[in-house]
Design a protein around this ligand. Structure first.
Ligand code: NDP
Length: 481
């Protein structure tokens, strides 16, 4: 065994003791000048950072994305420039509502986030294991999250609040149907799909724009727990996902997903009965077939969970040339609010942390000072600290601009009113379920809604009736049994 390195203070000086406090006499009180003891206690007090308001409980891995099919007709993003090209990826999966110590196997939507360290900077795909979401206007997002969190008086989760809110936002029935279906409790992140959920855009070298949806289909097969199985497992361990994922990767059983895109032309976007930028809708595969792109393999457990997973900061604002946003109202708001959540949670320069720092390109920006400014960016010349300057500081590159997007219409608040269109896709999903899947759906509802008041139950059953009378009848019967 080699010689052990010397323990030092955080300022680098060798330390005489790390086990024994300095006291006045062997039985006496502590001395205030035992600075290293104070330092040790003070650091421990600062080991926790604010937990994420949503998606606090998470599991992560490192891996690789490999292009298997050419999509350069849709995008000039360099990570897709040639078949066989690989890009490093950091993934984080999560539950939405539970705190950081919550049990892994709760019925919930799962976050499915990927950070691609491309040669043009980081591209974050911050999705879920479901292709849709509960609300389509960001104004409702904080209220929706509030219904998922603890009641201010009881400090308990409140099914009454959840279903009260959903019944008033019937567009949520698509997502709630998926949540109450078998897919509401995957057995691990390895056994679920990922979806970018929002509509994004891509543009190619000819400056042609396409609307795009992202899909990651898992190779491990969909596997789920029933409520009863999840309850029994939670009694044994609250960390089932971490155990499952960590040991699979440690044992060389690397989980894989195939990445697909759906593509819609700008012209076709105006022709659909539904709004293609409404995150409560999917694009039917029959109309917009899946186009294979590549393979994602997660093959390394991070050496330090806190550094790479807790500090990972995903934001849809991180796009690279060739990939862009869309008019999706929820996406527009998340582009601001996710980055802002990280500024609050991790600090001004959160993008400089190891999990978030671009690996395959040089970062050149003029942001100054602030907390965590532990890197230099004076571009080799301290006079180049503003822009424009005569000191060869970095300048913008117009060639990476996305094609202009024509927007018309009067600026106003357009209420996204409920319409029959909101029930078409949940109906298609319900009709896809086998009889056994439907029975489990009904019974999952009975478990979830059992504590709700009869007025909330009735209002939600009215929503289900609009999806399918068998759906409402099944849930009603399960609630009454
Ligand atoms: P398809 O038959 O082509 O697609 C059905 C999709 O449903 C498949 O992607 C399948 O995913 C998925 N699925 C199966 N069981 C569940 C479940 N319990 N929860 C969520 N998804 C499930 O038909 P359409 O494209 O016309 O879609 C029909 C309905 O399927 C939609 O209204 C929507 O509710 C749902 N769906 C559609 C998706 C899409 O992008 N078009 C994506 C996911 C769901 P997989 O193949 O991975 O098993």
């Amino acid at each position: 065994m080699g010689q052990k390195p010397t323990l030092t203070t955080s300022a680098g000086a060798p330390v005489a003791s790390n086990r024994t406090s300095k006291t006045a006499g062997s039985r006496g009180p502590l001395l205030l000048d035992d600075y290293q003891l104070i330092e040790k206690l003070a650091h421990q007090n600062r080991e926790r950072i604010p937990e994420r308001a949503v998606h606090a409980k998470g599991w992560g891995a490192q891996g690789t994305f490999t292009v298997t099919h050419d999509i350069t007709q849709y995008t000039c993003a360099k990570l897709f420039s040639e078949v066989g090209k690989t890009t490093e990826v950091l993934s984080r999966w999560s539950t939405v509502a539970g705190e950081s110590g919550a049990a892994d196997t709760e019925r919930d939507v799962r976050g499915f986030s990927l950070k691609f360290y491309t040669e043009q900077g980081n591209w974050d795909l911050v999705g879920n294991n479901t292709p849709v979401f509960f609300v389509r206007d960001a104004f409702k997002f904080p209220d929706f999250i509030r219904t998922q969190k603890r009641h201010p008086r009881t400090n308990l989760r409140s099914p009454e609040a959840m279903f009260d809110f959903w019944a008033a936002q019937p567009e949520s029935v698509h997502q709630v149907t998926i949540l109450m279906s078998d897919r509401g409790i995957p057995i691990s992140p390895m056994h679920m799909n990922g979806y970018g959920s929002h509509t994004f855009s891509m543009w190619n070298a000819n400056q042609e724009r396409f609307w795009v949806k992202f899909h990651f289909k898992n190779h491990q097969g969909h596997k789920h727990y029933t409520n009863a199985e999840a309850e029994a497992l939670t009694g044994k361990t609250r960390e089932a996902y971490q155990e499952h994922l960590f040991s699979a990767i440690e044992n060389g059983n690397f989980p894989k997903w195939t990445m697909f895109i759906q593509v819609m032309s700008e012209e076709d976007a105006g022709k659909q009965a539904y709004n293609p930028f409404d995150i409560t809708k999917v694009w039917p595969h029959g109309d917009f077939p899946l186009i294979e792109v590549g393979e994602l393999e997660m093959n390394k457990n991070p050496d330090n969970y806190f550094q790479m997973v807790e500090n990972a900061a995903y934001s849809p604002s991180n796009v690279v040339p060739g990939i862009g946003y869309s008019p999706d109202k929820m996406l527009q708001a998340r582009v601001f609010s996710y980055a802002d959540a990280h500024r609050y949670r991790l600090g001004t320069h959160y993008e400089a942390l190891p999990a978030n720092a671009a690996k395959n390109t040089k970062v050149n920006h003029y942001h100054k000072d602030g907390s965590m400014r532990f890197f230099t960016n004076d571009f080799g010349n301290p006079d180049a600290y503003y822009e424009p300057n005569q000191h060869n500081g970095p300048v913008a590159d117009e060639s990476v601009a996305e094609p202009p997007l024509r927007i018309d219409g009067d600026a106003a608040r357009y209420d996204q009113l409920e319409s029959d269109v909101d029930y078409v896709q949940p109906r298609a999903l319900f009709e896809m379920f086998s009889d056994e899947q439907k029975q489990r759906l009904f019974s999952n509802y009975a478990d979830a809604m059992g504590p709700c008041s009869s007025s909330v139950k009735l209002r939600w059953l009215e929503v289900l009736e609009k999806v399918h009378s068998d759906y409402a009848a099944g849930v009603r019967a399960a609630l009454e049994s």
